[in-house]
Design a protein around this ligand. Structure first.
Ligand SMILES: C[S@@+](CC[C@H](N)C(=O)[O-])C[C@H]1O[C@@H](n2cnc3c(N)ncnc32)[C@H](O)[C@@H]1O
Length: 195
């Protein structure tokens, strides 16, 4: 695999503060979705979590079983410090593709676009293996083409439908109506349920 997607690549981005993807707060569309979920005991994974603002939002909403995972040790050190006294959040340093556990929901927030497109099928298969029956992927996928070589890597609804439909019921895959302003009309909100 290209070196730019390696653990060292991502760790260097964190060490050099090159984290232009970081919006500084939890994505409103993801928060809105979880506001409506009553069972606060579901086990949730946020892969490629970065600063994991969604995890803080989930704690505020009462969720108790949140697992955040990133490949970059530098990011994970920051997260471990930030969430040291937070027992609802467990912080994991791992490659998503090597991770083994089981979850009820997985949150997608600019992780899918960070991996090389050649790995997208592997992402879907890994998500299937990590999710319990009827488990869900909730989050956002870019619906745009980026001019510069990624990451981020863009995509479109047709491509995502083809990728996910064999393994997931596509409950929602629509232009997000509460994107942050710079991403308005450029991302799809997804709710995918494992078949
Ligand atoms: C574009 S950033 C997004 C971070 C965060 N989700 C956000 O929206 O602010 C992608 C993150 O995924 C992490 N990452 C990249 N490849 C990974 C992998 N194979 N397994 C786990 N984390 C990975 C990077 O270290 C980085 O923090």
């Amino acid at each position: 695999m290209e070196n730019f997607l390696s653990k060292d690549f991502w760790n260097d981005r964190w060490t050099n503060h090159e984290t232009g993807w970081d919006i500084g707060y939890a994505s409103p569309a993801i928060v809105s979705f979880f506001e409506k979920i009553e069972d606060k005991n579901i086990k949730i994974l946020i892969p490629g979590c970065g600063n994991a603002y969604e995890a803080e939002a989930l704690v505020r909403l009462g969720f108790k079983n949140i697992h955040i995972l990133d490949i970059a040790p530098k990011a994970v050190d920051l997260l471990k410090e930030k969430y040291a006294s937070n027992h609802q959040i467990s912080v994991l340093c791992d490659d998503f593709f090597d991770h083994n556990s089981n979850y009820d929901m997985m949150i997608e927030q600019t992780f899918f676009c960070a991996i090389h497109p050649d790995l997208r099928k592997k992402y879907v298969e890994k998500a299937v293996s990590l999710l319990n029956t009827n488990g869900k992927i909730i989050g956002l996928l870019f619906d745009t083409v980026f001019e510069k070589q990624g990451p981020p890597f863009g995509g479109n609804k047709k491509e995502y439908e083809t990728l996910f439909k064999h393994y997931f019921e596509i409950e929602t895959m629509e232009i997000c109506n509460n994107s942050i302003p710079p991403r308005k009309d450029k991302e799809l909100f997804i709710q995918l349920t494992k078949k």
